[in-house]
Design a protein around this ligand. Structure first.
Ligand SMILES: CC(C)(COP(=O)(O)OP(=O)(O)OC[C@H]1O[C@@H](n2cnc3c(N)ncnc32)[C@H](O)[C@@H]1OP(=O)(O)O)[C@@H](O)C(=O)NCCC(=O)NCCS
Length: 191
């Protein structure tokens, strides 16, 4: 199954600019992940590994690991990428669903992740990616989606709330990174 490939008219935008009344980044399209996206996804993800607490990974991903990740997300648990940049197109974000737990009875539940390149945030890309991911996940027959987010990550919490997720729990000090204890909030949306 292929993503719908949302197309938008090309309108020049300055970094961080929002067009009133325009919901989505105006010059972006979405497609399912391809093997050629490995380096771009890895760069976006590894920036978060080293720079903050948005991911609880402590070690950056190798290209080989990123390629294996893409292989795992070209079937039942899809990943979608956002592409922008006009003539010099690049992957500016990605969203993915993963199995929530290994045990068989959890098979209809997934966990989502959304990452947008630091230079392209605040322009609707995360929202567009998550909307499309939820549409795909529903189409794949999943029933519930869980988001587990560092309690410090206001942008991601807001993004998920904006897409209909509700708070279902808080895990206290379950993570430790950069010398600090970190809480995780758990949000959920039924499909
Ligand atoms: C979280 C993230 C994916 C949001 O992507 P984005 O493209 O910047 O978000 P959008 O422009 O689509 O905005 C989506 C919603 O989040 C809100 N939002 C975005 N950035 C925000 C910020 N810094 N603080 C508070 N709210 C924010 C927007 O106002 C919008 O809310 P609304 O629909 O109620 O108006 C992006 O900040 C990111 O990649 N962060 C680093 C990686 C990460 O934390 N991933 C999630 C791991 S759980």
């Amino acid at each position: 199954m292929r993503a719908a490939g949302l197309q938008h008219p090309m309108i020049p935008m300055q970094k961080g600019e929002r067009v009133p009344g325009l919901r989505y980044h105006p010059a972006m399209r979405l497609r399912l992940v391809e093997p050629e996206d490995a380096e771009a996804i890895r760069a976006i993800y590894n920036h978060e590994v080293t720079s903050g607490t948005n991911t609880f990974d402590l070690v950056t991903r190798s290209l080989e690991q990123q390629r294996a990740w893409i292989d795992r997300h070209r079937g039942a648990h899809p990943a979608v990428v956002a592409i922008a940049g006009g003539a010099r197109e690049q992957v500016v974000g990605f969203a993915v669903v993963s199995p929530f737990r290994d045990r068989a009875a959890y098979a209809t539940t997934v966990e989502d992740s959304v990452y947008v390149h630091a230079d392209h945030r605040g322009r609707g890309i995360g929202r567009t990616l998550l909307d499309e991911l939820l549409r795909l996940a529903a189409g794949h027959g999943f029933h519930a989606v869980i988001a587990r987010i560092s309690s410090e990550n206001e942008a991601s919490i807001r993004l998920h709330r904006s897409c209909g997720f509700e708070l279902v729990g808080v895990e206290r000090e379950v993570g430790r990174k950069h010398g600090r204890w970190l809480d995780v909030v758990e949000l959920q949306r039924m499909l």
